[in-house]
Design a protein around this ligand. Structure first.
Ligand SMILES: C[S@@+](CC[C@H](N)C(=O)[O-])C[C@H]1O[C@@H](n2cnc3c(N)ncnc32)[C@H](O)[C@@H]1O
Length: 360
């Protein structure tokens, strides 16, 4: 969703808020704010000084829709004290930055981050197919997944590690958001095509996004990050094959060719150990995984993987259920699965898990 911002002269805006704070009745606070609201609706209204910006440093960029909603909230306050409390919040939003340290979300302006999901159920109706996100790789994930995770768990300039890089979705998103990314992919052809596409994607922040061809279960992550001039990464994003649901190739080292679930989890655990070792303490690790069926039985791969991570001492922070409802085509297939479900006594699974852990 496109949102617009409005540049206001910071000093004039703060002066206006300070004057409003000095009002000694709710009525006069409301009258004051009505002038500001009118000026925001039809700039410059009665406040030309608010829009007079001589240099960019003198400006504060605000979302007019959110600011006007705040003005409404203040005007509806039942007590002068409450109204003043909200006014002080507006002051802080214009001049303070408060973050958790693991992302760039300014908590003083948290209402402006409506793109960032905080619920555990993600219903996504459309894949982001823009730019380099071509969606050519069978088994890729929707770019919204790495995007959301990076917005929540990384800052600009941080490093993200994706040991199952596939078509490079994570790395393309890294470039868009100004995060460095390291990808490792076993299949040489996939890795080469991904590297080529990632290289061609726009890189407005000039970040590094190399893809290495290699087996993540035995990869030298520590040596690789060292060569890149860093000690640690700030986010690990694991999107392994959902065991043998998709056969990516015939390489026995590919997790899709593990002969059984135990062996799959063993290989997954090795990747986890290697990648987790270079993750900075206190930072996050995410696993994107779906379940599967085998001989009429639901195999909860997601829960098995969750336990595999927990056993290594990570703190489970969230279990997100994601459902992606592709709106195009597939109607006949959907009907077939519905029939099978009705006849076979099971539910058609469409959801996947995004499991979030913090390294203690
Ligand atoms: C589910 S896909 C990841 C797709 C990726 N997120 C994307 O959007 O394109 C899993 C990928 O892991 C790769 N893979 C499987 N076993 C591997 C291993 N041992 N080392 C490195 N990559 C592996 C597969 O070849 C496949 O491309």
């Amino acid at each position: 969703m496109k949102t617009t911002t409005l540049s206001l002269n910071r000093e004039a805006y703060l002066r206006f808020l300070a004057e409003t704070l000095e009002q000694d009745s709710l009525e006069s606070v409301r009258r004051h704010l009505a002038v500001l609201d009118q000026a925001l609706a039809e700039p410059p209204g009665a406040l030309p000084q608010l829009f007079a910006i001589t240099e960019p440093e003198a400006a504060v960029d605000l979302r007019p829709d959110i600011l006007r909603a705040e003005l409404k909230r203040i005007s509806k306050a039942h007590t002068l004290n409450r109204a003043r409390h909200y006014l002080r919040q507006l002051q802080a939003a214009a001049c303070r930055v408060r973050t958790t340290g693991i992302n760039d979300i300014n908590l003083c302006r948290w209402k402006e981050y409506d793109e960032v999901i905080t619920d555990s159920l993600w219903l996504v109706d459309r894949r982001d197919n823009s730019g380099a996100h071509l969606g050519w790789y069978w088994g890729n994930f929707i770019p919204q997944i790495p995007r959301q995770l990076m917005l929540r768990y990384t800052r600009r300039g941080d490093w993200v590690l994706d040991p199952f890089a596939g078509s490079g979705t994570t790395l393309i998103e890294c470039r868009r958001l100004g995060r460095h990314g390291i990808g490792v992919e076993l299949n040489p052809e996939t890795a080469a095509r991904a590297a080529d596409l990632v290289q061609r994607a726009e890189n407005p922040y000039g970040v590094q996004t190399p893809i290495f061809t290699g087996n993540s279960a035995a990869f030298d992550f520590a040596g690789t990050v060292k060569k890149l001039g860093i000690d640690r990464v700030q986010l690990v994003l694991l999107h392994p094959p959902y065991h043998n649901i998709i056969r990516f190739d015939n390489d026995p080292r590919n997790l899709c060719n593990a002969p059984d679930v135990e062996r799959f989890l063993d290989l997954f655990g090795r990747v986890l150990d290697g990648a987790g070792r270079v993750l900075e303490d206190g930072r996050f690790l995410a696993v994107v995984i779906g379940d599967r069926y085998a001989r009429g039985e639901w195999i909860p791969l997601g829960f098995y993987c969750m336990q595999t991570v927990q056993k290594r001492g990570y703190l489970l922070k969230s279990i997100i259920v994601k459902n992606f409802e592709e709106t195009r085509g597939k109607r006949r297939q959907k009907e077939l699965w519905r029939y099978r479900a009705l006849a076979g006594g099971f539910y058609v699974f469409k959801h996947e898990y995004i499991l979030l852990f913090q390294k203690r």
